[in-house]
Design a binder for this molecule. Structure first.
Ligand code: PLP
Length: 370
C-alpha cells in the first residue's frame, strides 16, 4: 500500500543528518528540532499556533479537553471514519452522536449534521476523509448559528486546500476552532514512529492545550488542571523537518497516481472513482474505489494473486462497532455509510508509484472486475 523504503532512499542524507544531530546533542526530548519543526509547520499550514503532540489520537483528545466540554455533552462525528475520531469523545465521557456521510465524497453529510443537533450538542468533529476536506464552509456556518465548536480531524489531509465562496483559501486543519493531524508513518507527512500536531488560531486555546499536553502546567511543577503527557520527540521532529519541504511534491505524486487511476477506471460499470468536492483539493491519503455489482472479496483475492495489496477502509461503521453499541442506533440507520463499508476498496497509494506499477495495478483491477 505504501513504499516508505524508496521514499527514504531519495532523502536519506537529509534524514540521517537530522537523526544524527539529535543523537549527538542527546536532547531527545524538547530538543531545538521540535520548535524548529513547529515554526516550519506554522509557516506551511498558515496556522497561528502548532502544538506538537505524541500522535493524532492524542491531538483529538487534547483538543476536546481544551474546549472544556462536560460529561454528557454531545459531539457530532461521521459514522464512516477511523475509530480514533469517536474514541476520544467516548473516553472523555462525552456522547458521540454519529451521522451519515455523503455517497460521493464519503465525507460527513451537512444535512445529517443539521438534523443531529440538540440542546446538548457542543461540538462537531468533521473528518477530512482520505485526504479531501469536508464541506467546511457549511459546517462553520452551522457551528456559528448554533454556537458549536468545530474540531477538524485532518489526520489524513495535511496540505489539502479549501476554497471558500469569497475566494479565500485555507488548509485542512486551520478552518475550525482546532485542527488535528497525525504523523503516523503511512500518513501523508509521516515520521518514523508516532507523532501528531494540533492547529489553532486562538491564542488562549493554544496556551491551554499546550499546558494540557504537558501535565496541565503552565509553570513547571505547578499543575492547574489534570493534563496528559503527550509530546513529539526530537528525532521524530528532525525527520518531519527533513520531509516537510518535500510535502508538496509528495502530494503532487499522489495526485498524479490518482489521475492515472481515474483515467483507467473512468468508463467501467463496476468501478466508481472517488468523488471530488469542487471546494477542496484532494491529497489522496487513500485512493478509494466503490465497487458496484461485483464481489469485493473476490476482487481482493484476484489482486492478491498478482501481489497487489488492496485494503478496506473501513469495513464497519462506528454505530455497528461492538464497543460503541448504543440503543439509539441500529443497522439501517445510516444507509450511505453502511453501503460504503460494504463496497469500498483502497488501492496502493503513495509517493513512489511509477507508470509501470500503475499500469500493472490498473490492468489487474480491470481484469478482476470482469
Ligand atoms: C490516523 C488517524 C487518526 C489517529 O492518528 P494516530 O497518530 O494513529 O493516533 C485519527 N483519525 C483519522 C481519520 C486517522 O486517519
Amino acid at each position: 500500500m505504501v513504499d516508505l523504503q524508496t521514499q527514504y532512499q531519495h532523502i536519506k542524507n537529509e534524514i540521517d543528518r537530522g537523526i544524527q544531530a539529535v543523537i549527538d546533542s542527546t536532547a531527545f526530548i524538547k530538543g531545538p528540532q521540535v520548535s524548529e519543526f513547529q515554526a516550519h509547520l506554522e509557516q506551511y499550514t498558515g496556522a497561528q499556533h502548532v502544538i506538537n503532540v505524541g500522535n493524532g489520537t492524542d491531538a483529538l483528545q487534547i483538543a476536546l479537553m481544551g474546549l472544556g466540554l462536560q460529561r454528557g455533552d454531545e459531539v457530532i462525528t461521521p459514522t464512516f471514519t477511523f475509530i480514533a475520531t469517536a474514541e476520544v469523545v467516548a473516553l472523555l465521557g462525552l456522547t458521540p452522536v454519529v451521522v451519515d456521510v455523503d455517497w460521493n465524497t464519503m465525507n460527513i453529510s451537512v444535512d445529517a449534521i443539521r438534523k443531529a443537533i440538540t440542546p446538548k450538542t457542543k461540538a462537531i468533529v468533521p473528518v477530512h476523509l482520505f485526504g479531501q476536506c469536508a464541506d467546511m464552509e457549511a459546517i462553520m456556518q452551522i457551528a456559528k448559528e448554533h454556537h458549536l465548536y468545530v474540531v477538524e480531524d485532518a489526520c489524513q489531509a495535511i496540505g489539502a486546500q479549501y476554497t471558500f465562496k469569497d475566494g479565500h483559501t485555507a488548509q485542512a486543519g486551520t478552518m475550525g476552532h482546532i485542527g488535528c493531524t497525525s504523523f503516523f508513518p503511512s500518513k501523508n507527512l509521516g515520521c518514523y514512529g508516532d507523532g501528531g500536531a494540533i492547529f489553532t488560531n486562538d491564542d488562549e486555546l493554544a496556551e491551554k492545550m499546550k499546558a494540557i499536553a504537558n501535565h496541565g502546567c503552565f509553570v513547571r511543577y505547578h499543575h492547574d488542571f489534570v493534563g496528559v503527557n503527550s509530546r513529539l520527540d526530537s528525532i521524530q521532529a528532525a525527520i518531519l523537518d527533513a520531509k516537510l519541504p518535500h510535502l508538496n511534491d509528495y502530494i503532487a505524486n499522489r495526485q498524479r497516481a490518482a489521475a492515472y487511476y481515474d483515467r483507467a477506471f473512468a468508463n467501467n460499470e463496476h468501478l466508481l472513482t472517488p468523488g471530488r468536492d469542487a471546494q477542496s483539493t484532494h491529497v489522496f491519503h487513500q485512493y478509494t474505489l466503490r465497487l458496484i455489482n461485483v464481489d469485493r472479496d473476490q476482487v481482493k483475492a484476484r489482486l492478491a494473486e498478482k501481489d497487489i495489496p488492496a485494503m478496506v477502509y473501513y469495513p464497519v461503521p462506528l454505530h455497528m462497532q461492538k464497543a460503541y453499541q448504543d440503543p439509539r442506533y441500529k443497522q439501517g440507520d445510516f444507509p450511505v455509510a453502511e453501503r460504503l463499508a460494504s463496497c469500498v476498496l483502497s488501492l496502493p497509494m503513495h509517493t513512489e508509484l511509477d507508470d509501470e506499477q500503475l499500469a500493472y495495478i490498473t490492468s489487474a483491477v480491470l481484469a478482476a472486475v470482469k
